[in-house]
Design a protein around this ligand. Structure first.
Ligand SMILES: CC(C)(COP(=O)(O)OP(=O)(O)OC[C@H]1O[C@@H](n2cnc3c(N)ncnc32)[C@H](O)[C@@H]1OP(=O)(O)O)[C@@H](O)C(=O)NCCC(=O)NCCS
Length: 157
């Protein structure tokens, strides 16, 4: 398939267009990762969560665009007093979340580049560590770019 649109990456900004793009892609993300659950409640929460995130100086959301079309995103949060690094000299760390590339555009390095832009931003903020929780389907993707299991998360509802 030939597609002459240009691929670009930029930080999402606090406006209605970027807010919509991020929320729409996150709704696709939860439906893909939890297809058997009713995701209506979490989808509603994205509206406010992303509005807040786009105003925050400790959260960085990057968009991948093909021409004007949003096709992927990554989100980096600076965690303070996090439970893993709190006893080290630098008790802050980066946390990557909400990694998503629309299905038609996967396996061309876009997810890897979105991760790199998040890590670059953490470095600019003086952070030395980056952690994430990998969905089982994404473990191989993260392992390929250097992420190894550290401690297992156990969840009880
Ligand atoms: C995880 C995800 C973000 C990866 O995005 P992506 O754009 O496909 O990522 P990349 O293309 O950089 O890497 C994916 C694979 O393509 C391969 N690849 C990278 N560049 C490539 C290229 N130029 N040509 C062919 N393959 C390439 C990688 O080796 C990798 O292989 P893997 O299947 O062994 O992991 C995407 O699959 C996704 O959105 N998944 C659903 C949501 C999800 O699971 N998010 C993570 C939640 S923790």
């Amino acid at each position: 398939m030939s597609d002459n649109r240009e691929l670009s990456y930029r930080p999402a900004v606090d406006n209605a267009k970027d807010h919509r793009a991020v929320v729409d892609m996150l709704c696709e993300l939860v439906d893909e990762l939890s297809p058997d659950e009713d995701n209506a409640d979490v989808k509603k929460l994205f509206e406010t969560d992303i509005r807040t995130a786009l105003k925050s100086t400790t959260i960085h959301i990057v968009l991948a665009l093909l021409g004007e079309e949003p096709i992927g995103l990554s989100r980096g949060d600076i965690l303070t007093q996090d439970p893993i690094f709190r006893l080290r000299e630098d008790n802050r760390c980066g946390y990557v979340d909400q990694m998503f590339v629309r299905k038609a555009y996967r396996d061309r390095g876009i997810g890897g580049y979105l991760m790199r832009l998040c890590e670059d931003w953490f470095r600019e903020q003086g952070l030395k560590h980056c952690i994430l929780h990998a969905a089982p389907k994404a473990v191989r993707f993260y392992a390929r770019i250097g992420y190894q299991p550290n401690r297992e998360m156990f969840k009880k509802l």
